[in-house]
Write a protein that binds this ligand. Structure first.
Ligand code: PHE
Length: 453
């Protein structure tokens, strides 16, 4: 059976950008910027992208492209050791876990889009009203389960159509829509009264806010937003041909991901400040604060629809990429058909996502190590498994396969770039071998409490 492959470089860029741009850009970034002091945080975040995020992304794409197989086989091929194939399997498991809780959250977003259509998000009188509405929905098991299921069904139907016919085509349709909606929201946001206060908050750094904790959050964000450490980029890279120029294919992705994050932050902050609110309500920022502002402005009904549509599109293109490593594994290693692999993966993700979807209803009060089910899954994936997956990917290319092999592979199809930019080899050499692995380890040990920054 022929393996899936991208139809064109643009197709790859759309798909990888679709994976990268997700809830982390539109939902998480604005609230962590709000909690960690605005512009100063953005500076650390950009540094993390440059010295850790981008090199890890390149490592994963290289691992995939050079081996043309799913993460488990890819780690085995490059290292020639079966222990490494277990690490590959761990990254696939991580993708499975991420898909499950991500789908539960995306289900809430889907539910909120329907609420927006029904006009229920644009007539709140005060903050308590908005919160009550949110709690009522969250306490309904049927609501959480139903939308988790509907959201997964959409992803399943895209995935089953294959790499080119489903993932690539879907992204080529959804990503331009997403950009249009985002640009509309930014323009609308910036023309609201007092929007300038939000922009000021984002652009005036307060350096006293640069703390070790901000650094940790920024690193976690750069990993999650680029879909690293969990097989996605290895799998997407494995559908690339050896001729492609990896620099030209990957730089636009990081640039687009960052631009979308910044635009989303501008839109959200402009809207929030124009309503006289503060962006410090954490995850509730888009579920409670924004709908309250929508209720107070003209055209709020329409804006609420646009906003939740934007987040839903971003979530679909990311969810399919989180599920694809599992599917690729079942096809490449177990020789399953794509249909069977998609059915099995979607079924498994649905089941594992149920306790997350019900974390505030049926599973309310149920905790693991003090975390609610969904927070535990998210902690396990984002603070432990994802950094580990990213760490092993750079160790594999920088130390095991060897940095020279890696650079030679990187130069395939990009030799002109390296001739014109002699510093690029040193930059990648330094990142693969030192900056990325060392910084990840420091942050990881800190996150699990082994040492405190
Ligand atoms: N990058 C996605 C986001 O920003 C999340 C994601 C992680 C998607 C891992 C796929 C795999 O929301």
């Amino acid at each position: 059976m022929k393996r899936g492959a991208w139809g064109s470089r643009a197709g790859f860029i759309f798909a990888v950008t679709g994976s990268a741009v997700g809830l982390a850009n539109i939902w998480r970034l604005p609230y962590i910027v709000g909690e960690n002091g605005g512009a100063a945080f953005l500076i650390i975040y950009l540094l993390c992208l440059m010295f850790i995020g981008f090199p890890v992304l390149m490592s994963e794409i290289i691992i995939g492209r050079s081996t043309q197989t799913s993460p488990s086989g890819a780690f085995l091929k490059l290292s020639c050791s079966k222990y490494w194939s277990w690490i590959g399997k761990m990254t696939i498991m991580t993708g499975f876990i991420v898909s499950a809780f991500y789908s539960a959250v995306a289900g809430w977003i889907f539910g909120y889009l329907i609420e927006a259509f029904r006009g229920n998000l644009s007539n709140f009188q005060n903050a308590a009203d908005a919160e009550l509405h949110f709690n009522n929905l969250m306490h309904s098991p049927l609501w959480g389960l139903g939308f988790h299921c509907c959201f997964l069904l959409i992803c399943f139907f895209i995935l089953i159509l294959g790499v080119r016919g489903g993932i690539e085509r879907g992204n080529k349709i959804m990503m331009p829509c997403l950009i249009l909606v985002l640009v509309f929201l930014v323009i609308k946001g910036l023309t609201l009264p007092n929007a300038i206060l939000g922009i000021k908050y984002l652009l005036e750094p307060d350096f006293s806010e640069i703390t070790p904790k901000a650094f940790m959050v920024a690193l976690g964000q750069s990993f999650f937003t680029l879909s690293l450490g969990q097989g996605t980029m290895i799998t997407y890279g494995s559908y690339l041909s050896q001729k492609d120029n990896l620099i030209k294919s990957c730089l636009p992705v990081v640039a687009m991901d960052t631009i979308v994050s910044l635009l989303a932050a501008f839109a959200v902050f402009a809207i929030v400040f124009s309503g006289g609110m503060k962006p410090d309500s954490g995850p509730g920022l888009i579920f409670n604060t924004l709908p309250l502002v929508f209720s107070q402005m003209t055209g709020g009904y329409f804006l609420a629809i646009m906003f939740f549509l934007l987040v839903l599109l971003a979530a679909i293109t990311s969810e399919i990429s989180a599920m694809e490593p599992v599917i690729a594994y079942l096809i490449d290693e177990k020789k399953w058909t794509r249909k069977k692999a998609c059915l099995f993966t979607a079924g498994g993700v649905f089941l594992l996502g149920i306790p997350s979807a019900w974390s505030m209803s049926v599973f309310e009060g149920f905790t693991i190590f003090g975390y609610s089910f969904i927070d535990f899954m998210s902690f396990l994936a984002s603070s432990i498994l994802i950094p580990l997956g990213g760490f092993f990917a750079v160790i594999l290319v920088g130390w095991v396969w060897g940095v020279n092999n890696t650079l030679n592979h990187l130069k395939l199809g990009a030799s002109k770039f390296f001739q014109k930019n002699p510093w690029a080899s040193s930059y990648f050499w330094f990142c693969f071998k030192y900056s990325a692995p060392i910084l990840i380890i420091i942050v990881f040990l800190n996150a699990i409490g082994i040492f405190n920054l």
